[in-house]
Design a protein around this ligand. Structure first.
Ligand SMILES: C[S@@+](CC[C@H](N)C(=O)[O-])C[C@H]1O[C@@H](n2cnc3c(N)ncnc32)[C@H](O)[C@@H]1O
Length: 221
């Protein structure tokens, strides 16, 4: 596996195992930015995607119009819990920021496993329930981004690993540590920026690494 930098600024896409002729699936592709990056890397392959939001599908199709016309990108509207592809279809399945919004995350993960070729890589990202941000949000009564989504799941590292049991090999990497922000003003903003960020970042990473807000999983079938 590519060397992983678990600190902030992680370029997850750079860590994906993509060969020029690969078939890649992005589940929940949003505006299609990653689809574009992936299609530059799998130049002779196919990048497919499924997203349950018509608005996102329209945006991503517009962004990737030329590649769609060439036949190297195929973006579909549909359920992420019932992928419209046969078993063992893809060399790589990428689902970043998606599992946490799924009503049945285990169904989504099983579907990703089903469509992945044996030996292929699947990469997932979720929010860490046992993290500095979740604790701070509760302590300071400050809501989290996407709190208003119909489903917003958070997983401990153990829960995430159990969810991924269909896979043969699983490496979980926590990331996203506190940085100064202008999102919140008043005393909460002052305590966060003036005290919390600095204090947290002086603690040895080996002690606090597991409390990163994002959990990335690099899996093999
Ligand atoms: C936070 S965006 C992530 C987009 C992209 N993967 C990224 O990392 O930038 C979540 C995406 O997952 C899709 N999605 C998948 N399953 C969903 C669900 N059950 N509920 C809501 N959105 C869902 C949304 O339409 C949206 O495109």
């Amino acid at each position: 596996m590519a060397r992983m930098n678990a600190e902030c600024g992680l370029g997850v896409v750079d860590l994906l195992e993509v060969q020029p002729q690969d078939r890649v699936l992005e589940v929940g592709f949003g505006p299609g930015v990653v689809i574009e990056l992936l299609s530059n890397r799998a130049r002779e392959g196919l990048i497919a995607g499924v997203d349950p939001s018509r608005e996102m599908v329209a945006q991503a199709q517009a962004r990737n119009a030329a590649a769609i016309q060439r036949g190297s990108v195929d973006l579909r509207f549909g359920s992420v819990e019932q992928l419209p592809f046969p078993d063992n279809s893809f060399d790589l399945v990428y689902a970043h920021g998606v599992v946490q919004y799924a009503a049945h995350p285990e169904v989504l993960v099983n579907e990703c496993h089903r469509v992945l070729k044996p030996g292929g890589q699947a990469v997932f990202q979720v929010y860490n329930r046992i993290s500095w941000l979740n604790a701070l949000s509760k302590l300071m009564s400050v809501g989290l981004e996407h709190d208003d989504a119909p489903v917003l799941l958070k997983f401990s590292i153990g829960e995430f690993r159990r969810l991924l049991t269909p896979f043969r090999e699983i490496t979980i990497v926590p990331e996203r540590y506190p940085v100064k922000s202008r999102l919140h003003g008043g005393w909460k903003g002052a305590v966060y920026n003036g005290l919390f960020v600095g204090t947290f970042n002086t603690l040895p990473r080996s002690l606090v690494r597991r409390f990163g807000w994002h959990l990335l999983a690099f899996c093999h079938k």
